[in-house]
Structures are given as structure tokens and as C-alpha cells.
Design a binder for this molecule. Sequence first.
Ligand SMILES: C[S@@+](CC[C@H](N)C(=O)[O-])C[C@H]1O[C@@H](n2cnc3c(N)ncnc32)[C@H](O)[C@@H]1O
Length: 220
Amino acid sequence: MIRTVSRLFLRLLNLFSRLLALAIIWHTIVRAVRYFYKFPMPHQMANLIDNPWRRKIQPPGIMPIRHGIEPGMKVLEVGPGNGAYTMEIASWVGEDGGVIAIDIEPSAIERVEARAQAEGLENIEARVADVVNLPFADETFDAVTMMSVLGELPSPQLALMELYRVLKPGGVIAFSELLVDPDYPLARTVIALATDAGFRLKNQEGNFFSYTLVFEKVSW
Ligand SMILES: C[S@@+](CC[C@H](N)C(=O)[O-])C[C@H]1O[C@@H](n2cnc3c(N)ncnc32)[C@H](O)[C@@H]1O
């Protein structure tokens, strides 16, 4: 009996190690390809990355607070994907605030619009736009939020300059990243990029596997 159980245990361990090795190899290959070829996440992936495991680490209802967003704020969300976080931000900022979600992929925008309508949220506006060329006046937003987007951009420096422009002085900009994302940037890379763009680090939480960085726009 003990021998059968230990044999089964060893087999399971073996299977688990093989699966883990395959996942690491796959992740490394995708990461290497993504390093040279940047393109927006295929829209079919949007629902795949919104899964129960991720919701435990980055709970949609908690992320607006983690990102320094307060009720009444006017928020710009870059790259909303399937809109799961957009809905929570809109509920959190309430009627006195609002969310404008922009995405380079029209399908993402259609999804956000449909979801906002289905959930009866009227303080959401969704627009197709490239983050490096935003259709907004200077100092429009109180907060900018980006989850798993920065590493996907070919020119993160240009994006940060543009976000600096549309953020009000004293406004916050926050980034959350997960190691399993093939475009995951190191926290120190994001800090260096954001600091170069003129932002000052206000809060940092999480660890190597999952982190959130919140910066403030300071007028130097
Ligand atoms: C990995 S997905 C993250 C989606 C969502 N934020 C989440 O965490 O579930 C990245 C999103 O950024 C969008 N995106 C990529 N490049 C962009 C750009 N230059 N301007 C605006 N959005 C962009 C993609 O279309 C996609 O919806």
C-alpha cells in the first residue's frame, strides 16, 4: 500500500516537473520573440488572462485602491483588455468621477462599451487610440492606470511623456505587472522609465512575481 502511494506520488511529481519545465521553456521563447517583435496582445487572449488565479492576485475590486484612485477622480485607463478592471474603477470613482478607457485594438473598445452598457455604468467612455498620441488636452486626468501594458509598447518612453502631458499636476499614474506576462518588465525598469519622464515614486507594493508601482506627477 505504502509502495503504491509513494509510486503514485513520484509519478505525479514527475508529471508536475515536466509541465513546469515546458511552461518555463514556452515562456522563455515567447519572451525572447516579444523582445524583438512588439505588437498588441491578440484580442482573443483578453478573457484568458482574466482568470480566477489572476483575480486572486490582482482582485479587480481592490486594484483601483491599490492604484491610488479615489472616488470622484477622472481616470484614464490604458489598454483595458476585456474591461474587467474598467468596470470596477467606474463603480469606485462613482457618478462624480469617470473612466476613459483607450485601446489600440477596436475589439477591446467594443468589449468595454458592451460591458459598460450591460452593467449600466454611464461614467465610462471607451475610445480607440494609441497611448503615444492621445486625443486629450493637457492636464485632463486625475489618475492614469495601466495593468500589463507598459512592457507591450514599442516606445514606453514616448507613452510616458504623453501620459505626463495629460495628467494633472499632483495626479497619480500606476502600473501593475505579473511575472507570467511575457512582456513583464522589472520594477526597477519601470521606476527608471517613469522617473526619466518626470514622475516621482509614491508607493510600491508586491514582490518579484507581482507588483504595483504608484507615481505622482510633480512639477519640477
Ligand atoms: C496584456 S493586455 C492587458 C489588458 C488589461 N489591462 C488586463 O490587465 O487584463 C494589453 C492591452 O494593451 C493594449 N495596447 C497595446 N498597445 C497599445 C497602445 N499603443 N495604445 C493603447 N493600448 C495598447 C492591447 O490592445 C491590450 O488590450
